[in-house]
Design a protein around this ligand. Structure first.
Ligand code: C2E
Ligand code: MG
Ligand code: MG
Ligand code: MG
Length: 283
């Protein structure tokens, strides 16, 4: 009996493995085509001033309009893209398109573009940023690069040198998802960061006194280091009030707006300063 269940388990395992491998291969091949055929699109989510809702910036978030599959979010393909070694191509594509689109907007709102860790482990990334700016005509001050928190754990010189070069152009560096995994406060000092984005997990649980204390401490620390803060994933009025109290500079989340197409994003930004607006578009 033990034998039979072992066989059964291994058959199930084989099938699962096969299913996973097949899915991975399918996504990988599909993504290579997507890059050639222009199936990747960008949505933009506003980051607004916590006090008055002024639109500070739009974060570009990639979507894959895959024929026959609908619209896929990053969670559905970025991990496989990474394993397949396609992240540099995706990031390069996103950076160039985001700069090109933003340069065409009637409202000169700044943008933020996410780059994956691999981009800082290889040469040419600083050149890529200058090329995207030059090609599009987007002024450097309208671009920020969001870097993942895990990058703080990497002390290879190429990482800090790339970031230094990017900042030297006048492009800001923003630290994404702060507090989610690896947080070394000492590294905040070594990395020159303009903006720190407090991870959504702290915002989601801000009614918990410990989380509230963490958010206040991080916002206070950042302020004393001359770093501005964005709270991510703001979904309720209560969270917004807590974040205003904690003196976070900016907020981003479904309460303010969901990621939306460039057209919607520019309309949103064109409304300019105002109270924190409730706006739902384009889920
Ligand atoms: P992220 O950079 O931290 O982006 C924020 C994510 O949180 C986005 O998910 C956004 O839609 C979601 N979000 C925003 N407000 C709320 C909220 O109030 N509640 C909740 N529950 N979620 C909210 P998205 O677009 O699925 O992107 C997921 C992650 O994928 C991003 O996290 C980023 O790390 C990565 N990503 C997206 N686009 C790119 C890209 O072009 N290049 C790279 N390298 N990574 C990207
Ligand atoms: Mg981001
Ligand atoms: Mg983030
Ligand atoms: Mg996040």
């Amino acid at each position: 009996r033990a034998k039979r269940s072992e066989i059964g388990a291994s058959a199930v395992f084989d099938e699962a493995l096969h299913g996973w491998a097949a899915r991975r291969l399918d996504v990988e091949n599909g993504l290579r085509q997507a890059l050639r055929r222009g199936e990747l699109r960008l949505h933009y989510q506003p980051i607004v001033r916590a006090g008055d809702g002024f639109v500070e910036r739009m974060e570009a978030l990639v979507r894959w309009h895959r024929p026959g599959h609908g619209v896929l979010g990053p969670a559905e393909f970025l991990e496989i893209a990474g394993e397949a070694g396609l992240m540099p191509q995706v990031d390069r594509w996103v950076l160039r398109l985001a700069c090109a689109q933003a340069a065409q907007w009637q409202t000169p709102v700044p943008i933020a573009v996410n780059l994956s860790p691999i981009m800082f482990a290889q040469p040419g990334t600083a050149d890529l940023v200058t090329a995207a700016l030059a090609e599009s005509g987007l002024p450097a001050h309208r671009l920020a690069i969001e870097i993942p928190e895990t990058l703080l754990g990497n002390d290879r010189p190429i990482v800090t040198e790339t970031l230094k070069a990017i900042r030297a152009f006048g492009v800001e560096v923003h630290l994404d998802d702060f507090g989610a995994q690896y947080s070394s406060l000492a590294r905040l000092r070594d990395f020159k960061i303009d903006v720190l984005k407090i991870d959504r997990s702290f915002v989601a649980n801000i009614d918990d006194p410990t989380n509230r204390a963490i958010v206040r401490a991080v916002a206070g620390l950042a302020r004393s280091l001359g770093i501005r803060t964005v709270a991510e994933g703001v979904e309720t009025d209560e969270q917004l009030r807590e974040l205003q109290d904690a003196q976070c500079d900016f907020v981003q989340g479904y309460l303010i707006a969901r990621p939306m197409t460039g057209q919607w994003a520019t309309d949103f930004a064109a409304r300019g300063a105002g109270s924190v607006v409730h706006h739902q578009a384009d889920p």
